[in-house]
Design a protein around this ligand. Structure first.
Ligand code: NAP
Length: 363
């Protein structure tokens, strides 16, 4: 078997970091060779560093148990140990996250990030592999502007927008202009990391406010649907988006309830479902290891999608959609669901890395 590419994880001890460890355990191309977290975890064996214990599904993979955890701040310790990094660490100060990710890129490491710090940076692609792979074209410019030779940064968007971005993209690609989206999200507790929201606040309850989340929901689609011009991504602001983001009391899987208004050309319900079922992006065309077979899965049952029943469809990587019907206020409405720590975080990051690797951007 060909030698696997050694990869590192910044924030390997957290909710998303553990999902990376779990999902990469049997990856055909990549293997975890380096783990890093806060100074409190640094110097410990991975199995002893988890404050929360192992909180994701299954057993901790043997291969990582005895890896020594490094301090994210000690960039120099990573030299020669891995080919690129997944970034999944959290700090209260976004400037510090930005600075660390840049320090790793300057040291020659491509960074596939889950953090929000660089999502607004105009020459950093915010990638959903099926939707905007052409945004990777800005990487040479990103490297040139900063004097980076091999390193660069690619980020993932917010987890909740995954539940409707592919369905919207599929319709736009077929020539149906979308003018308005009214979105209400119901986001699982794992979206807040560990320990996250207190049980007192969320059991038998829902929280109607999540700081910063609605701004992300209203900005990020503009960048993802944006055009590449002069080595930068220029956001496309021609969809009006109104979002309400709420925290719901289940463990995994973000629901989005979406109403959409089309431009002059309006598809029928049957046409929309057909477009969603046939939707394919580069991950499917390239048959990438972590690509879902179907980027969108349509459920015809009236009571689907449901987080518990549908979040793991197609290894947690498909967007499950249902309840498409006419909307009394706009044109059509539907319910979308995606697994927030898989498609919306580690699985989506792995898919981005596979695409970047397949395109020859990682040395
Ligand atoms: P989390 O469970 O709170 O984990 C945070 C990680 O950051 C841990 O590994 C922690 O290490 C590390 N860390 C904390 N302080 C640090 C410091 N001062 N220096 C270096 N590392 C430090 O959070 P999470 O949910 O995994 O989220 C991680 C990132 O992914 C965040 O940027 C988040 O916004 C993003 N994200 C999360 C989701 C989701 O569904 N959860 C989805 C998309 C994106 P210690 O264990 O040593 O403290």
């Amino acid at each position: 078997m060909a030698k696997k590419v050694p990869v590192g994880i910044l924030g390997a001890t957290g909710m998303v970091g553990q999902q990376y460890i779990r999902l990469l355990a049997d990856h055909p191309w990549f293997e975890v060779a380096y783990v890093a977290a806060s100074p409190q975890s640094a110097g410990k064996k991975y199995k002893d560093a988890l404050k929360s214990g192992w909180i994701v599904r299954g057993e901790m993979p043997e291969g990582v148990k005895n890896l020594i955890v490094h301090d994210v701040a000690k960039v120099e310790e990573a030299a020669g140990k891995c080919a690129f990094f997944f970034s999944a660490f959290e700090m209260p100060d976004k400037d510090q996250i930005r600075a660390f990710e840049e320090a790793y890129a300057a040291a020659g490491f491509p960074i596939i990030s889950n953090a929000s710090a660089h999502r607004h940076t105009e020459d950093v692609p915010m990638l959903i592999a099926e939707i905007n792979p052409h945004h990777l074209d800005v990487i040479p410019q990103q490297q040139k502007a900063r004097g980076w030779k091999k390193g660069f940064i690619v980020v993932k968007p917010n987890c909740s927008i995954q539940s409707y971005m592919a369905p919207v993209d599929a319709l736009q690609q077929k020539g149906y202009e979308i003018k308005k989206l009214i979105v209400t999200t119901m986001q699982a507790v794992s979206g807040a990391g560990y320990p996250g929201v207190s049980s007192w606040d969320v059991i038998d309850n829902m929280l109607p406010y999540m700081a910063g989340e609605e701004d992300k929901t209203q900005f990020e689609p503009y960048k993802i649907f944006g055009d590449v011009k002069g080595g930068k991504i220029v956001p496309r602001k021609d969809i009006e988006i109104s979002a309400t983001c709420t925290r719901a009391p289940w463990s995994d899987g973000h629901i989005a309830i979406v109403s959409m208004e089309f431009g002059k050309k309006k598809p029928s319900k049957e046409e929309i479902i057909k477009i969603w079922q046939e939707y394919k992006g580069e991950p499917q065309k390239l048959d990438l290891p972590y690509a879902p077979k179907h980027a969108i899965t349509y459920k015809f049952e009236d009571d689907r999608p449901q987080p518990k029943r549908d979040r793991d469809n197609d290894k947690g990587m498909t967007v499950t959609v249902g309840r498409l019907r006419e909307c009394q206020a706009l044109d059509f409405k539907f319910v979308g669901l995606s697994h927030n720590t898989v498609r919306g975080a580690a699985g989506g990051g792995i898919l981005n890395a596979e695409l970047v690797y397949k395109k020859g951007l990682i040395g």
